[in-house]
Structures are given as structure tokens and as C-alpha cells.
Design a protein around this ligand. Structure first.
Ligand SMILES: [Zn+2]
Length: 170
């Protein structure tokens, strides 16, 4: 790990992730509006398929997802490319795949625990503990054992590399 490669996060409007499974497009939006409009929310349509470049994309229904602070599920739009059969899933930016808490909250929890020694109030302790444990595992797997810039810097670095820093799967 070279220190010079660490840069602070830049805000991105859209990101493509192409790990196994559907491609996820993160899109900046106001969660409350999405909640109120449900399936009627005017989701944007990507200009082309990120996998094969085809300009034809078909609507492919919705998937539901839960986010902190809302007791009802959200409807997240999907598209399908008829050319390469790739499925695209749109998601609000600021949230990791399969995580209900905002990225900012998770980062804040890790900072609080590693710098001040206690968890964030109002959030399940076991969930926060799980985030930190997963991050530590990831630091061992992807950074070196001698990483000494702290957990928050590791979180930012892994995020910049397109990883979910607190994902259990390595
Ligand atoms: Zn395609």
C-alpha cells in the first residue's frame, strides 16, 4: 500500500458496478420523493447498456429494498438489455448494495468507535460491530497488515476502489 495513492473521495453522480449479478447504477435522488411516488418515480433511463453499449434498454419491473428511517419497502427500477441480457438495477447513491444505512452513517459509526471509543447512539450495536469487523477483515485481505492510516482512511480508500468497505463477502 503506497500512501500516495490515497485520495479523498470525490462525489460521483453515477457509478457502474459489474460484479456478479445485476449491474447496479447509483443515482443521486431524494429518498423521501422516491418513497412517496413509489413506482411512479421518474427514474432516469441510462443512455446505453454499460456492458455492450446497446442503446436499446427495456423496463424490467422493480425490486423492493428497505432503507433506514422508512418502515415500508422502496421500489427500485430495473432495466434489461435485450442485446446482452444484462439486468441493470437503479439505486439511490449514498447507499451500498444490500445495506439499509447510508454510507455516511456507516463511516461515521466507524470513526466514532475507532476515535472516540463508543458506538453511535440510536443504532443497533450489533449492526455497527458487524460493520467494523467486516472492515477489519477487508483491511487484512486487501491492504497490508501494516496499514496504519486508521480504519476511516481504509474505508475511504476501499470505497474509492469501488469496493463496499463493510461487505462481509471478501
Ligand atoms: Zn447490453
Amino acid at each position: 500500500m503506497v500512501m500516495g495513492t490515497y485520495r479523498p473521495l470525490k462525489r460521483r453522480t453515477m457509478q457502474w458496478f459489474s460484479k456478479d449479478g445485476p449491474m447496479v447504477i447509483f443515482f443521486p435522488l431524494i429518498l423521501k420523493q422516491l418513497f412517496h411516488l413509489g413506482r411512479l418515480y421518474p427514474w432516469p433511463k441510462p443512455e446505453h447498456c454499460p456492458r455492450c453499449g446497446s442503446h436499446r434498454l427495456w423496463g424490467h419491473g422493480f425490486v423492493t429494498a428497505y432503507f433506514d428511517g422508512f418502515d415500508q419497502p422502496f421500489f427500485l427500477k430495473r432495466y434489461r438489455c435485450p442485446n446482452c441480457r444484462c439486468v441493470l438495477r437503479l439505486r439511490p447513491s449514498g447507499y451500498f448494495k444490500r445495506f439499509q444505512s447510508p454510507v455516511a452513517t456507516i463511516r461515521c459509526s466507524i470513526a466514532q468507535k475507532t476515535k472516540a471509543g463508543h458506538w453511535l447512539p440510536g443504532l443497533s450495536r450489533s449492526r455497527q460491530c458487524h460493520w467494523l469487523r467486516s472492515l477489519c477483515k477487508r483491511i487484512k485481505a486487501y491492504l497490508t497488515d501494516t496499514w496504519n492510516l486508521g480504519a476511516v482512511a481504509a474505508f475511504d480508500y476501499l470505497l474509492m476502489k469501488g469496493q463496499t468497505p463493510v461487505s462481509r463477502a471478501i
